[in-house]
Design a protein around this ligand. Structure first.
Ligand code: HEM
Length: 151
């Protein structure tokens, strides 16, 4: 058991060291999430969907999304939600909205990311998760992206 726990810790340290080497840390994740959702809220198509669902709960949503991205990008282990049911209940979302979501995410990264490697690192993960959400919600995916690089 001890060995298992130690190797999980080592793995987390390796991931965080690699992320840090391309400029990804908690501060950048906070900037990324704040900038991305500012863009989402200003978008004529996605903005109203998020406002209707989140209402005055933005502080909570942003904090949860920072935990989510810290877990995805840095293996922080702080997020324990369930993205699939959270999206399946959103009746107003259709499959074409994912391309808009990804465009806004790409634009945010190109304006804020600390390095080109960091852009690629986040985009690969966002595209993969976007595809699995589309599969769960609609049984197909309309957005492309890198093949599953995590095996
Ligand atoms: C058209 C695309 C999308 C729309 C309209 C959308 C909308 C939303 C909304 C309204 C919520 C809040 C749900 C609630 O509070 O109950 C939410 C939660 C969330 N979204 Fe999305 N989303 C989209 C795509 C994505 C993608 C591509 C990702 C990840 C890369 C993502 C990750 C999450 C996560 C982690 C949560 C929190 C779920 C939870 O823990 O309850 N979303 N989304």
């Amino acid at each position: 058991m001890t060995t298992l726990f130690r190797s999980a810790d080592e793995r987390r340290r390796e991931i965080q060291t690699h992320a840090a080497s391309i400029g990804i840390d908690e501060d950048y994740i906070s900037t990324l999430v704040d900038s991305f959702y500012a863009r989402v809220r200003a978008d004529e198509t996605l903005g109203p969907i998020f406002e209707a669902e989140i209402g005055d709960g933005w502080a909570h949503h942003l904090a949860r999304m920072k935990d989510f991205w810290a877990s995805v990008a840095m293996n922080a282990g702080r997020y324990s939600g369930q993205p699939v049911p959270a999206h399946q209940k959103l009746a107003q979302v259709h499959i074409g909205h994912f391309a808009i979501w990804l465009r806004l995410f790409r634009e945010t990264l190109s304006e804020t990311a600390p390095s080109t490697e960091a852009v690629v690192y986040f985009l690969e993960r966002a595209e993969r998760i976007a595809r699995s959400l589309q599969m769960a919600m609609f049984g197909e995916t309309l957005t492309g992206g890198a093949p599953n690089l995590q095996g």
